[in-house]
Design a protein around this ligand. Structure first.
Ligand SMILES: [Zn+2]
Length: 136
């Protein structure tokens, strides 16, 4: 469960958490606001790895909700990009998530069918919607 956000926003980010749990079963994402009011994300319960934490101007209200009319797929993509670029443990260098079509490279973040997804640069049909990694 993603803590620190109101249910609508939490439900969106939980798709990313669910995918991460396919590899890190105990992992939980936690959001909080720092002294300057910036939302920061951190990883709970995965004590085996050195996760970073931090935040950026995510589209979240002060209370931790989605903005009305805001694009939840954009929010999910930006959190996922931040996590992969800035929080991912340095010691983990193997490709993740592995492309289901080619097996030898990691998927990138992008949109597929309008949804925040893990995408393959070589084959658009190999994309997996964020939240569905465990189903493939
Ligand atoms: Zn591929």
């Amino acid at each position: 469960m993603v803590s620190g956000l109101l249910p609508r926003a939490s439900g969106v980010v939980e798709r990313l958490e669910r995918d991460l749990q396919t590899r890190f079963p105990d992992l939980e994402l936690m959001f909080s606001r720092d002294a300057d009011g910036v939302w920061t994300c951190s990883v709970n319960r995965d004590r085996q790895h050195f996760w970073g934490s931090g935040g950026t101007a995510w589209w979240l209200t002060d209370a931790g909700d989605l903005y009305d009319g805001g694009d939840s797929e954009d929010l999910l993509l930006s959190v996922a990009e931040f996590l992969c670029d800035n929080m991912w443990p340095d010691e983990l260098t193997d490709p993740w998530p592995r492309c289901p079509a080619h097996h030898d490279h990691a998927l990138n973040l992008g949109r597929a069918w309008g949804l925040a997804s893990w995408t393959c640069a070589d084959d658009p049909t190999a994309a997996v919607t964020i939240g569905d990694l465990g189903r493939s």
